[in-house]
Write a protein that binds this ligand. Structure first.
Ligand SMILES: Cc1ncc(COP(=O)(O)O)c(C=O)c1O
Length: 480
C-alpha cells in the first residue's frame, strides 16, 4: 500500500492527499496502469478527490510509486478519455470540474455508461464516454434556466387525458388491421399534411417513419447508412445527441465550423473528402442559434449531390419562430433525394413523449424499415392514436400558437430583466427561434470557473454549458 500522504510535501499541495491512497500490486495479473486507473477513478467516484482538484504530475507520481512514467501517463490518458480528468496546458492534470452528475449516478448503482468502462464493451461504446448525455438536460430538471425545456405546466393535460381514455380500450380494433413498422398510418398522414403547410416539405405518408424522438431517428440513420470508419460531417459546435449516435455506429466525426450563416459549406472540400453523412440543424443551429442562409442551403445540396453524401436535417424547434416564417426546410428544396428530415414532438409537446418522425427519400424507405424492425419492431400504438387525434382535431396547432406567444414573452422578459444585472458578466444574444438563449462570457473568463461559481452560488444551481474560453460570437466573425 502506498499512501499518497507521504507525497504531499513533494508535489501538489492542492491535492487532498489525506483522502487518497493508492495500492499497486506488482504480483497481480492486472497491469499497473489499470490498477492506478482504478484507484484514482475510485477516489473520484467516492468523492475523496473532488472536481477541480489537482493531481500530481506524471513524473512526480511515477517516482513516488516507483513505476515508469508511462504507467502513470497511460492511467491519466484513460481517465482523461473517460472524462474523469482534464489537462490544462502548462498547468497539469485536474479532476474534471463537471463530475457531480456522474458521481451521483455512480452512487446510485453505477448505471451510467462510465460504470461499464472496465468491462469488455465495444470500442464504439467506449467512444461514448466522452459525449455529454442528451438526457442530462431532462434529468437535471429543477435547475434554473434549463435550456430547451418546454413549459410543462402549460401542456393541455386535460385534452391529453381525454384522448388517453378514448384510445386505451380502442387499441384492439387497430391491432386487427395490422401493425406497421413505419407507424400508425393516420398519424403519418397528419404529419405529412402538417409538414406541407408549415415547413414546405412535400412528402407522402409513405416517406414518414414514426420514431422515439429525434434521438432514435439519428440512431436509425447511423445504423442504416454508415460503415465503421465512415466520415460524418457535423457542425462544430454541435448537438451531442448527434455526435453520440454517429460515434456509436463507429463513424469518424469531422467537425465543420459554423459562422453567422450556419455551417461553413465552403470548408467541406478541405475538411472531408467523401463524407457519407452531413448532419445540420439549419433552421436553428444547435447550440449557437443561427439560420443556415439560403445560398448556403443551395450550395450544401449541390455539394452533397456531387459527393453522393446524405444530408441529415435536424429540425427540432423551428415551430417556435418569433418573427417571420421559418425558412423552407432543406428537405423541401431537395430535388435529388439526398435529405433525411428529422422532426420531433419533444419541443412542441413533451420531451417525455419520446415521439418524433423521419421523412425519408423514397430510395431509403425499405432499408430503414428493415433496420427499424430489428431495433424495436414498431412504435408504441397508444401514444400514436392519441397524437393522431391531437393533430387532426387542431390541438397541436393551437398549443404551438399559444406557446409561441408565451415563449416570446418569456424571452423578452429574460433579456430585459437580465441586461443590468449581467452587464459585463454575460452578453445574452437575442434569438428569434427556440427555447434557449446563448450568452457569451467576456473573452478573459474561463467558462468552467463561471459554471462552477454559478452552480455553487445560486440556491437551485444553474446549468451552464460552455466549450471554449473567451471566444467571439460567430456573428462578429467574418462570414464565409
Ligand atoms: C439539436 C436537437 N435535436 C433534437 C432534439 C430532440 O431530441 P428528441 O426528439 O430525441 O427529444 C434536441 C433536444 O434538445 C436538440 O437539441
Amino acid at each position: 500500500m502506498y499512501d499518497l500522504k507521504q507525497r504531499e510535501r513533494i508535489a501538489t499541495p492542492s491535492l487532498d492527499a489525506r483522502l487518497l491512497s493508492i495500492s499497486l500490486d506488482t504480483g497481480s495479473d492486472l497491469p499497473l496502469y489499470r490498477q492506478l486507473h482504478q484507484s484514482v477513478r475510485g477516489a473520484i467516484l467516492e468523492g475523496r478527490l473532488r472536481p477541480g482538484s489537482r493531481l500530481p504530475s506524471t513524473r512526480v507520481l511515477a517516482t513516488e510509486l516507483e513505476v515508469s512514467r508511462n504507467t502513470v501517463l497511460l492511467a491519466y490518458q484513460q481517465l482523461e478519455a473517460e472524462g474523469y480528468l482534464e489537462g490544462r496546458v502548462g498547468a497539469g492534470t485536474w479532476v474534471a470540474s463537471n463530475l457531480a452528475v456522474r458521481r451521483r449516478a455512480a452512487r446510485e448503482g453505477d448505471r451510467s455508461p462510465r460504470g461499464a468502462c472496465d468491462l469488455p464493451v465495444s470500442r464504439r461504446c467506449r467512444a461514448l464516454v466522452d459525449v455529454p448525455q442528451p438526457i442530462a438536460a431532462l434529468t437535471d430538471g429543477g435547475l434554473a434556466f434549463a435550456p430547451s425545456m418546454p413549459a410543462l405546466d402549460e401542456f393541455p393535460w386535460r385534452t391529453w387525458t381525454r384522448l388517453a381514455k378514448r384510445h386505451a380500450a380502442n387499441q384492439r380494433h387497430v391491432l386487427r388491421s395490422g401493425l406497421d413498422p413505419a407507424g400508425y398510418r393516420p398519424l403519418r398522414e397528419a404529419i405529412a399534411t402538417y409538414l406541407g403547410a408549415a415547413r414546405g416539405v412535400n412528402c407522402s405518408a409513405d416517406q414518414i417513419v414514426i420514431v422515439h424522438g429525434a434521438q432514435q431517428g439519428l440512431d436509425l440513420v447511423a445504423r442504416t447508412l454508415l460503415e465503421p470508419g465512415d466520415a460524418v460531417c457535423i457542425e462544430d459546435p454541435g448537438y451531442p445527441g448527434a455526435r453520440g449516435a454517429f460515434l456509436a455506429a463507429g463513424a469518424n466525426l469531422v467537425g465543420v465550423p459554423v459562422d453567422a450563416d450556419g455551417l461553413d459549406v465552403g470548408l467541406l472540400d478541405r475538411l472531408a473528402a467523401d463524407p457519407r453523412v452531413i448532419y445540420v440543424s439549419p433552421s436553428h443551429q444547435f447550440p449557437l442559434g443561427m439560420t443556415l442562409s439560403s445560398p448556403r442551403r443551395h450550395s450544401l445540396l449541390r455539394w452533397a449531390s456531387r459527393h453522393s453524401a446524405w444530408i441529415v436535417e435536424d429540425d427540432y424547434d423551428s415551430e417556435f419562430r418569433y418573427s417571420g416564417q421559418p425558412p423552407t426546410a432543406l428537405c423541401g428544396l431537395d430535388a435529388d433525394g439526398r435529405v433525411i428530415y428529422i422532426g420531433t414532438f419533444s419541443k412542441t409537446l413533451l420531451p417525455t413523449l419520446r415521439s418524433g418522425y423521419l421523412v425519408l427519400p423514397e430510395a431509403l424507405i425499405e432499408p430503414f424499415l428493415r433496420a427499424r424492425v430489428h431495433a424495436d419492431l414498431f412504435p408504441p400504438l397508444l401514444e400514436q392514436l392519441m397524437l393522431a387525434d391531437f393533430i387532426v382535431e387542431g390541438h397541436l396547432a393551437r398549443h404551438v400558437h399559444r406557446m409561441r406567444k408565451l415563449y416570446r414573452q418569456r424571452r423578452d422578459c429574460l433579456l430585459a430583466e437580465s441586461r443590468a444585472p449581467l452587464a459585463g458578466l454575460l452578453e445574452l444574444v437575442p434569438d428569434e427561434t427556440g427555447l434557449r438563449l446563448v450568452g457569451w462570457l467576456p473573452r478573459e473568463t474561463d467558462d468552467r470557473v463561471a459554471a462552477r461559481a454559478a452552480g455553487s452560488t445560486t440556491r437551485t444551481g444553474v446549468e451552464l454549458r460552455g466549450k471554449r474560453r473567451g471566444r467571439d460570437p460567430p456573428r462578429r466573425s467574418p462570414t464565409g
